[in-house]
Ligand binder design. Structure first.
Ligand SMILES: Nc1ncnc2c1ncn2[C@@H]1O[C@H](COP(=O)(O)OP(=O)(O)OP(=O)(O)O)[C@@H](O)[C@H]1O
Ligand SMILES: [Mg+2]
Length: 368
């Protein structure tokens, strides 16, 4: 078990920089999820930690050992790859035992580790089968098992659930979380799926274009996104954004978004610090769950209720998403499935502006 530390790590391929100045401190035993869109540098970062890719600049530590020049086999790391492949002609047992054989682990110790990992993963009855006789989920578990038997200090997992159907993904997600609780090993898990990140990580690292955008617990990132990218990337359906100007009149602060006004309530957390933003352009962010049917909220102040044009009602069963717009700015509201809103009609929506986020449109940083 070990901590992993990245200090100003960068990676260039030829002339192009794909990872920029990444600083991360991952304490021992933590489950960290790196999330970001395709091409943002997640795999490259993992491969640098594993030693499969040189670091162009910066330092990587495992525990307190600088590992920049330590070959992968001496880093005590096991990686489950994005496109993992089992050896097709070997049994599950032989697949799992392979790395130990190469490391001259005794036959008894190998047997004990393989059987213990197999039962932990629920594949103990499949040890004599070859991969082609396994389901996708079982293969995935064997790939994870191959990493577990090595008893590494650090696990790196690169989108290990990407080949599974939706139901199996959910199941494997909770199995991996349980596995982490049992093994108590540092894990770095990569995904482009924000739901996976929210549900699995002790902490989330959000990346974009090779740069870390924000690091925090899932709830912290959800509630206090540092910039427009993080705000829009984490959460589904995504946060709504309204462009407008912050105005102050008679002691009230409002965002004038073209034809409509969004008043910031006196309880808005950062209200006292908004002075410098008066008469400047801002972006107001509001999550779909903070826009509801006005009729469900008789307590909602009249100025927080606005009429929207509803294009599509997306019925989920337990709730409904209303896709529409106000004054030409698109929005999604998350309402109860009993809503009376219908496609192509106008509908009154209540805005819970206590939950509003404000952003600087030029830097995209949160205004707090
Ligand atoms: N060996 C390489 N040579 C040149 N460019 C590379 C190389 N490997 C990766 N890249 C580039 O580096 C960038 C980051 O790639 P990386 O594989 O780290 O992304 P990723 O975040 O893992 O994406 P995905 O979610 O699609 O797996 C991409 O633009 C990719 O094209
Ligand atoms: Mg990748």
């Amino acid at each position: 078990m070990a901590a992993v530390t990245l200090k100003s790590v960068s990676k260039h391929f030829g002339g192009s920089a794909v990872v920029h100045d990444v600083n991360l401190e991952i304490p021992d035993k933590e489950f960290v999820v790196m999330v970001g869109p395709s091409g943002c540098g997640k795999t490259t970062t993992l491969r640098m930690i594993a030693g499969l890719e040189d670091v162009t600049d910066g330092e990587i530590y495992i525990g307190d050992r600088l590992v920049n020049d330590v070959p992968p086999k001496d880093r005590d790391i096991a990686m489950v790859f994005q496109n993992y492949a089992l050896y097709p002609h070997m049994t599950v047992y032989a697949n799992m035992a392979f790395a130990l054989k190469r490391r001259n682990v005794s036959r008894e110790a190998t047997d004990q580790r393989v059987r213990s990992a197999a039962s932990m993963l629920g594949v103990q009855d499949l040890l004599e089968r070859t991969p082609k006789a396994l389901s996708g989920g079982q293969r995935q578990r064997v790939a994870v098992g191959r990493a577990i038997v090595r008893e590494p200090e650090v696990f790196l997992m690169d989108e290990p659930l990407s080949n599974l159907d939706a139901k199996l993904r959910v199941q494997m997600r909770s199995e991996l979380s349980k596995l982490h609780n049992r093994l108590q090993t540092t894990m770095i898990f990569v995904t482009h799926d924000q739901t996976e990140a929210m549900t699995m990580g002790d902490r989330i690292v959000v990346m974009k274009d090779g740069r870390v955008q924000q690091v925090g617990t899932p709830l912290d990132i959800y509630k206090h996104p540092d910039n427009i990218f993080v705000a829009g990337f984490i959460g589904s359906p995504a946060m709504n954004f309204f462009k407008g100007t912050l105005e102050e009149s008679a002691g009230r602060r409002v965002v004038r978004a073209g034809a409509f006004l969004l008043p910031l309530p006196s309880s808005w957390p950062g209200r006292d610090r908004l002075g410098a933003w008066t008469d400047r352009e801002v972006v107001l962010g509001l999550r779909p769950e903070d826009i509801d049917d006005a009729e469900a909220h008789p307590e909602c102040a009249p100025e927080c209720c606005l009429e929207a044009a509803i294009d599509v009602v997306e019925m989920m069963g337990n709730e409904a998403f209303l896709h529409g717009s106000i004054g030409g700015q698109g929005l999604v509201a998350r309402v109860e499935s009993e809503t009376t809103a219908r496609d192509g009609t106008r509908h009154r929506l209540g805005f819970n502006l206590r939950k509003a986020h404000l952003f600087d449109p030029s830097s995209s940083a949160a205004i707090r």
